[in-house]
Design a protein around this ligand. Structure first.
Ligand code: S3P
Length: 433
């Protein structure tokens, strides 16, 4: 599928973007191994979250929905999962593969997880290494890539794991394995990353303590079913936040957006660039802070992005690079090498796309340098990466000609109704093929 993003357009109105991807994944995982029936609303009906849902169905968990964001999970209890009949296909979803590796490492059965071309290139050694330290038997393909096989029937033991990189997936993987391990498992992270696992485990009644950068839990406790209201995904809202910031005259409100402090780098960075963003109706929903976010057009300026914001905006950089291209002056990002191992190499792919639209952008080993200036039309390839495809769609608001964006199918992994909502607010995206 290709998008033809037409130049110009408006960004006005009020929209609610789909449910948070990270929270949707975890609602299925924890609901599946809880005692009792978990109900979810606001669930992301995107392919990634559905990969997790199907994996648990394949392991014998009865799950109804999703139907208009509602899902009912009949929990089988902590030891109730059954061996799947075949391999578990995780599609494009790194979160599914890495978190399930932890959850399944201590099960009595073997599991093999596979993925699509993008996921098959992504590093899994970062989860295999700590799991092996815990006594799991983990096999990967060459270079630590998928498929990932876990040999069941191992008694795991707790570890004290100091993460070599800021990764919520690795942290969560180790903590989930820790639920099935003997003793107290601890993770210590080099910088704060999303803490949805810790929050939601507590919501399910599983004792977790968090002390600064260290999260601790011990094995053997049970989870109790709950109701989960999934907030709108700030990572999806981010496309509209940048769209409204760069489109003259824009005034947009995004409803019920999750504003967990580990996720708000997009707000902090856009504000530092001069963005006009106001939060209202701040409240807490099921242990997660939520707000309505109003964004109005404002001229942006280039900045040196503070490094401590990197993990807090890790999924938002592709679209932040579009903001930088529209800003006055130079934007410099450093300390973001993790972007090179996302659904695509987001530093190189964005630099290549920006350059082909006439923007002065230069990739560096751990970041990028972008000089704001005019954006032309042209052809860009999103390399199977949903966030690259949506970012260049946003760029068209300020482009002088059509931007052809190739390889857009994967937008459905996180934001299935992106084109519909973008059109509703006044953007001009045509879908072809
Ligand atoms: C996620 C963690 C992040 C993020 C991904 C979702 C999660 O990955 O990029 O989209 O749900 O835990 P890393 O842990 O690899 O940074």
């Amino acid at each position: 599928m290709e998008f033809l993003a037409q130049p110009g357009g408006a960004v006005n109105g009020t929209v609610r973007v789909p449910g948070d991807k990270s929270i949707s994944h975890r609602s299925i995982m924890f609901g599946a191994i809880a005692d009792g029936t978990t109900t979810v609303e606001g669930f992301l009906e995107g392919e990634d979250a559905l990969s997790t849902l199907k994996a648990f169905q394949a392991m014998g968990v009865e799950i109804e929905g999703p139907d208009a964001g509602r899902v009912t999970i009949h929990g089988v209890g902590r030891d109730g999962l059954q061996a799947p009949a075949g391999e578990l296909y995780m599609g494009n979803s790194g979160t599914s593969m890495r978190l399930l590796a932890g959850l399944l490492a201590g099960q009595p059965f073997d599991v093999t997880m596979t993925g699509d071309v993008s996921l098959s290139k992504r590093p899994m050694e970062r989860v295999a290494a700590p799991l092996r330290e815990m006594g799991a038997v983990v096999e990967t393909a060459e270079g630590g890539r998928p498929p990932l096989t876990l040999r069941g029937g191992q008694q795991l033991k707790a570890i004290d794991y100091v993460l070599p990189m800021a990764s919520a997936q690795v942290k969560s993987c180790v903590l989930l394995a820790g639920m099935y391990a003997e003793g107290e498992t601890r993770t210590t992270e080099p910088a704060p990353t999303r803490d949805h696992s810790e929050r939601m485990l507590k919501g399910f009644g599983y004792p977790v303590t968090v002390n600064g950068a260290t999260a601790t839990l011990s094995g053997g406790h049970r989870l109790k079913a709950v109701h989960i209201d999934v907030p709108a995904d700030i990572s999806s809202a981010a496309f509209f936040m940048v769209a409204a910031s760069i489109a003259p005259g824009a005034d947009l409100t995004l409803q019920h957006v999750g504003i967990n402090p580990t996720r708000i780098g997009i707000i902090n960075i856009l504000r530092e660039m001069g963005g006009d963003i106001t939060l209202s109706n701040e409240r807490e929903v099921g242990g997660e802070p939520v707000a309505d976010i109003r964004v109005r057009y404002a001229p942006l300026k280039g900045i040196d992005i503070p490094e401590e914001q990197v993990p807090l905006a890790i999924d938002e950089f592709p679209v932040l690079f579009i903001a930088a291209a529209c800003a006055e002056g130079r934007t410099v990002l450093r300390g973001a090498e993790e972007l090179r191992v996302k659904e695509s190499d987001r530093i190189q792919v964005m630099a290549d796309g920006l350059v082909s639209l006439g923007v002065n952008a230069q990739a560096t080993p751990d970041g990028i340098i972008i000089d704001g200036g005019p954006i032309g039309g042209g052809r860009v390839n999103s390399h199977h990466d949903h966030r690259i495809a949506m970012s260049f769609s946003v760029a068209a608001l300020r482009a002088s000609d059509t931007i052809h964006i190739e390889d857009c199918d994967n937008v459905a992994t996180s934001f299935p109704n992106f084109v519909e909502l973008a059109t509703q607010v006044g953007m001009r995206i045509e879908v072809s093929k």
